[in-house]
Design a protein around this ligand. Structure first.
Ligand SMILES: [Ca+2]
Length: 315
């Protein structure tokens, strides 16, 4: 074989080896790069989760401070209610959070009594609340039927006989609900209605009453049957700058019949304190962001402790 030919094959072999090596090196580096990015992504979510847990600790200490005196009202002018952040917690991680008093809302599970009967004053409050929000009061019996244990529809309600006929068919919960979003399962109850009602309702254990100090305007009006605070958020806010408003005695005096106040107080668990709170957080790092939701419960007496019942972190 002439020299030139052997040299040609050697050169070709060398080129092929070089090409394979380069391809391998590229594949290797690309794979490693991906692995590093995956690790970084995982670490961010892990960090976000840790920051959410740290925020819970901060929220717990503020809530314990507010609840320490068992005779003091819990209200939105206290430190716990101030939005937190945005603040850079650790380099590269910015956090913001706020606490919501879930007992400033109407507890849907309170619509049905422990022995399974509709709570009539809670129902009237829900009907008025719906009206104050320009929603149809006819949703009240449907919501009660969804929660009550029987399968006998109320007047204007809907039970399994109704839902099983839909395509696809399903059954009502017939038990206390754990999320207000279950209302979206009601036939015809759309997202627009849900968004309007959602800030005023909760799905808590039946004994979680209504804290007047944090009750929303339309809900306060639903108690009195007047239109004083619906659409007057700023005015209500000003009344609350100095502390709890309205106090129990203010509501008692605003109702013509003292017996009605006592009936409402017992039916809705009217109070000036709360035990259930939602902590809503947002952690951002570079272009990624994570929302967190924690359901907190205060367990007394006094400062007691704050238990995290549920925590959810999502990109
Ligand atoms: Ca039912």
């Amino acid at each position: 074989m002439p020299h030139s030919s052997r040299d040609g094959i050697a050169l070709l072999t060398a080129l092929i080896v070089l090409a394979i090596t380069s391809a391998l090196a590229y594949a290797l580096s690309a794979d490693t790069g991906l692995a590093i990015r995956r690790t970084a992504g995982g670490a961010s979510q892990e960090q976000a989760r840790e920051i959410a847990a740290a925020t819970e600790a901060l929220a717990a200490s503020l809530l314990k401070e507010a609840l320490e005196d068992p005779n003091a009202a819990l209200h939105g002018a206290q430190r716990w209610a101030r939005p937190y952040g945005p603040v850079e917690i650790i380099p590269g991680y910015v956090m913001e959070a706020r606490l919501d008093d879930l007992q400033g809302r109407l507890n849907l599970n309170g619509l049905v009594t422990a022995d399974g009967r509709p709570n009539e004053l809670a129902r009237r409050t829900l009907e008025r609340l719906l009206q104050n929000l320009d929603l149809e009061p006819q949703w009240a019996p449907k919501i009660i039927d969804w929660i009550d244990t029987d399968d006998q529809p109320l007047d204007g309600g809907a039970e399994a006989s109704r839902y099983s006929g839909l395509m696809p068919g399903y059954r009502p919960a017939n038990r206390i609900i754990t999320s207000t979003s279950e209302l979206l399962a009601l036939e015809g109850f759309d997202l627009a209605r849900y968004r309007r009602l959602e800030p005023h309702i909760s799905a808590l254990p039946r004994d979680a009453g209504l804290n007047l100090c944090d009750a929303t305007g339309p809900l306060l009006d639903a108690l009195t049957g007047e239109r004083q605070w619906s659409g007057a958020t700023e005015s209500l806010q000003r009344n609350r700058e100095g502390g709890c408003f309205p106090r129990l005695e203010v509501l008692r005096n605003s109702l013509a019949d003292p017996a009605e106040f006592e009936a409402l107080r017992s039916a809705l668990g009217l109070a000036e304190r709360s035990r259930y709170f939602a902590l809503l957080g947002y952690v951002s790092s570079g272009r990624s962001g994570y929302t967190s939701y924690s359901l907190l419960r205060h367990e007394g007496p006094g400062a007691g402790q704050i238990r995290v019942l549920l925590r959810h972190t999502a990109p």
